[in-house]
Design a protein around this ligand. Structure first.
Ligand SMILES: [Mn+2]
Length: 449
């Protein structure tokens, strides 16, 4: 019954969409994506990039999400496309010169499937080049011949090769191309992800705008949670409220599984059951944020169930906030790093030392051992964004600073997480700075003041 009803809805929506075939997410100008393709081409040292977007299944009922790297390079949101980028090369010996080449390959129209999944852009649609910003848009069937023509006999082909058990749409496509003899010479295959991670480490201003929108919508959701929090409410109700609040402000989905953990659950880092009833005296860790036009926010606040921290909760809260502030104060653009236990430039080390020299557990021991995760991570197309962690934080980078203390035997967990951007002048900008942060501000917001 459920499936039938859902199919009917899908079909109706697909028909409704026919009149308005357009990109549904907010998208950067075509030139932004083109600049990334050209930057990637330069990194390949004469190699060729071949990438495939994931395929949408006819039975898709959870919605299709674009793949980060393919989207980063194309801004193209429909499934099953493929991408070829080849840098310009000078003529050498018998090999002729090749100009910079980029082709977006699209599958031919499938009218039966489009009834179920909605209309798609086709390679023969007259506005395909103008809409996608590509020099050339071709039907996917031509990919083999284009590669056979463009890839020299001793070339490196960069693609999304799976590692650490991750899956990718590219190996299946590459297998088809190899079988069809698209690579005529001695071609070696390398993973393109490290080069893309390096590019994605620095955000352009359009990306920062989208992250800001994700952060603003998520901060509004946190403020709503502060006002709705009280003993007797279920964790799930808070999570549902927040998802409504950021979706209302244009987000497409949660950027990650929301965490609303009360009491002991506040000490469980990736608690996601979110189904306990909040008790008077509990402290609640809320780590939840939305995704806007593919870009993630990541914000955590910690609240007292009844609107007033106990003396002990407040003591731990202030230490976590102090650690975050210490890391912010220590920040120097072009020098500071997010990670590293012993590196003198590590902000983690600053936060850890602050926590370890303030307060004690119930056995009189220092609190450092209760800070059990890293200080932060890049944010972008992924909430734990691809990026190079070996280089110092510098202009264009966006990341979290999120110290925490988790003491299970006291059922007391506190995490405070904000989102930051290093501006072109090297100044650290707290993007989520409008959201109440000190214990006093949080108590005031919960009281509706
Ligand atoms: Mn985080």
């Amino acid at each position: 019954m459920k499936t039938k009803a859902l199919r009917l809805v899908t079909l109706t929506l697909a028909v409704a969409c026919l009149t308005s075939l357009a990109f549904s997410v907010e998208r950067q100008p075509n030139a932004a994506y083109r600049a990334r393709r050209e930057a990637l081409a330069k990194k390949t040292d004469g190699g060729v990039v071949v990438l495939f977007a994931p395929v949408e299944k006819d039975t898709e009922i959870y919605g299709f999400r674009k793949e980060d790297n393919f989207y980063y390079l194309t801004g193209y949101e429909e499934p099953a496309a493929a991408l070829l980028i080849a840098p310009a090369v000078e003529a050498k010996d018998k090999t002729p010169a090749r100009p910079y080449t980029e082709i977006l390959f699209l599958p031919a129209h499938n009218t039966v499937q489009e009834k179920w999944l909605g209309p798609k852009l086709g390679p023969d649609d007259p506005d395909a080049k103008q809409r996608t910003g590509f020099d050339r848009v071709e039907v996917l069937d031509k990919m083999r011949d284009e590669l056979a023509r463009l890839v020299p006999s001793r070339a490196t082909v960069y693609s999304d090769l799976p590692d650490f058990g991750e899956t990718s749409a590219s190996p299946e496509g590459l297998d088809w191309l190899k079988r069809a003899n698209a690579f005529l010479g001695f071609v070696s295959f390398k993973d393109v992800k490290p080069m893309l991670a390096s590019l994605r480490t620095i955000k352009d201003s359009g990306e920062v705008d989208l992250i800001r929108k994700a952060v603003d919508a998520s901060a509004a959701a946190h403020l709503a949670a502060m006002k709705a929090m009280k003993p007797g409410v279920n964790e799930h109700e808070i999570s549902a409220l927040m998802q409504y609040e950021w979706d209302k402000r244009g987000c497409d989905r949660p950027a990650y599984a929301p965490i609303v953990g009360a009491g002991f659950n506040s000490t469980v880092l990736h608690y996601s059951a979110d189904d306990a009833t909040i008790q008077n005296g509990d402290i609640i860790v809320i780590d939840a944020a939305g995704e806007y036009a593919m870009y993630a926010a990541d914000i955590t606040r910690t609240l007292p169930a009844n609107g007033k921290f106990t003396a002990r909760q407040r003591e731990i809260y202030d230490i976590v906030l102090g650690a975050q502030q210490a890391a912010m104060n220590a920040f120097v653009s072009g020098k500071s790093k997010l990670v590293g236990r012993d590196d003198p430039d590590s902000l983690f080390k600053v936060a850890y030392e602050y926590i370890n020299t303030h307060g004690k557990d119930s056995h009189g021991e220092p609190l450092g051992k209760y800070f059990i995760h890293g200080l932060g991570h890049y944010i972008g197309l992924n909430v734990h964004d691809a990026g190079d962690y070996t280089i110092p934080l510098a202009p264009g980078m966006t990341f979290t600073i999120e110290p925490g203390i988790y003491i299970p035997e006291e059922k007391l967990g506190v995490r405070i997480e904000d989102d930051y951007w290093v501006d072109p002048a090297g100044k650290l900008v707290k993007l989520s700075g409008s959201l109440p942060s000190t214990a006093e501000e949080v108590e005031k917001a919960m009281a509706g003041k």
